[in-house]
Design a protein around this ligand. Structure first.
Ligand SMILES: [Zn+2]
Length: 425
């Protein structure tokens, strides 16, 4: 086993440096603003629609923070005006410093990561190529459990990888759990969680492995590979896919979590191709969401989990207002989510909140979990927002990868256990 792991590392080892021509964020500040009234919400909405700043954490509710990446030329009048109007906090004085710290740590750690076993995977973020190598390695080590295949192609032709983990127990009557990671490109910690969950499922000493008696798992570790590559090579804070758009060739990509049919083009999304929350010209216009929706339709999982970051939340439907439609299963979903939050807290005392996404985060239409639930494809659907609460946001330091994954996977075990209790086979 160790030999194969060494092979994996020696073939995938690379000292990551920012590519030539990569967009830099020199002296960009992360400004957190907290709207106190409808006028403040209006101001923030205008910032979002005019794309004056890159929005790192979207808003929509009074009292809930919005994080903005403010370029140097807006740090006087524009920022002062905002600070006069509502509570603000500068979270980072220079985003580029956070990015550089990330890249330097990755370089340092990749030099000694060949020495140890699986644990070393979770000391550095993985590129799409490394994720591919990782899952193939896992399949090679666990041929009776793991099957890697492709469920389609991204816009730029990369494989959309799915990893099925099933144990032959003689029973075909099992629940299915589908987990996707990395729909949003810059949320690198989520890709790591899918990889971590896969290692847990294969580790015979892990409580996750014991679930295989009653569950099959389908894991998509990189649901937006083009975006992930772009985030690594060119624009660290990239969110969308990389498809070209019909009317404005300068604006690339679709928000793959605003491109679903439920509430398409509604609140929290934009029909502006340049927007970070661009919903696409029609539902499932992005090949990445179309392919994922087909798998959900074919598989009809009991539980669907979509991993995002950041905010430390477990979100439940519906996040988009739909007249006459309520989440009938909400109370049970909330009870299970509360237990998952407790299990997560027990590992490293990290605090999460669980609730309706519109209430505890913001209204967002065209999202995957809402669609899956509204289509009756699954009984339970949750969107995770992993660490942190904004201190480093998408640039979560590598030393937080392992603890984040440990606690998240523990909460998923609890979620599955609670679902099995309520839905015996
Ligand atoms: Zn996301």
């Amino acid at each position: 086993m160790k030999f194969l792991l060494l092979l994996f590392y020696s073939s995938s080892l690379c000292n990551w440096v920012r590519a030539e021509g990569a967009v830099t964020f020199d002296n960009y500040k992360i400004l957190r603003v907290v709207p106190q009234n409808p006028q403040h919400l209006e101001m923030i909405n205008e910032i979002e629609t005019t794309q004056k700043c890159l929005v790192l954490l979207q808003g929509g509710n009074i009292g809930q923070p919005v994080d903005l990446a403010v370029p140097p030329h807006l740090q006087t009048d524009f920022m002062d005006n905002l600070r006069d109007q509502m509570p603000t906090e500068i979270i980072s004085h220079n985003i580029e410093t956070l990015i550089n710290r990330e890249s330097m740590q990755m370089q340092m750690e990749s030099e000694f990561s060949t020495e140890a076993g699986f644990d070393t995977v979770f000391t550095q973020y993985l590129t799409f190529t490394k994720i591919q190598q990782f899952v193939l390695q896992l399949q090679e080590l666990n041929p009776n459990l793991v099957k890697v295949s492709s469920y389609g192609k991204s816009f730029e032709g990369r494989d959309l990888i799915q990893v099925a983990v099933q144990k032959n127990t003689g029973s075909t009557n099992k629940h299915l759990v589908l987990m996707d990671c990395g729909l949003h490109a810059r949320e690198w910690i989520t890709n790591m969680e899918c990889c971590h969950w896969l290692t847990q499922l294969c580790d015979t000493s892990s409580p996750a492995h014991a679930l295989l008696d009653n569950f099959n798992f389908l894991v998509m570790p990189s649901a937006n590979p083009d975006g992930l590559e772009h985030s690594w090579n060119t624009f660290r804070l990239w969110r969308k896919t990389r498809n070209t758009n019909p009317t404005n060739p300068a604006c690339v990509g679709t928000d793959p979590n605003r491109n679903w049919a439920f509430g398409h083009s509604g609140t929290g999304s934009s029909t502006d191709e340049c927007s970070d929350v661009y919903c696409g010209p029609a539902p499932f216009s992005a090949p990445e969401t179309l392919a994922l929706s087909k798998v959900l339709k074919e598989q009809e999982p009991t539980l669907y989990l979509s991993m995002h970051s950041y905010s430390q939340l477990i979100l439940m439907s519906y996040g988009c207002d739909a007249p006459g439609l309520t989440n009938k299963n909400f109370t049970e979903q909330q009870t299970i989510a509360n237990k998952a939050v407790q299990a997560l807290h027990d590992v490293h005392q990290t605090t999460y909140e669980a609730g309706n996404s519109k209430t505890i985060l913001y209204e967002a239409c065209g999202c995957s979990t809402d669609w899956a639930l509204a289509e009756n494809l699954c009984k339970y659907a949750y969107t995770y927002e992993l660490r942190d609460t904004g201190r480093t946001g998408f640039l979560l330091p590598e030393d937080q990868i392992a603890p984040t994954c440990d606690e998240t996977s523990a909460s998923v075990v609890t979620m599955c256990t609670e679902i099995l209790k309520r839905n015996p086979l």
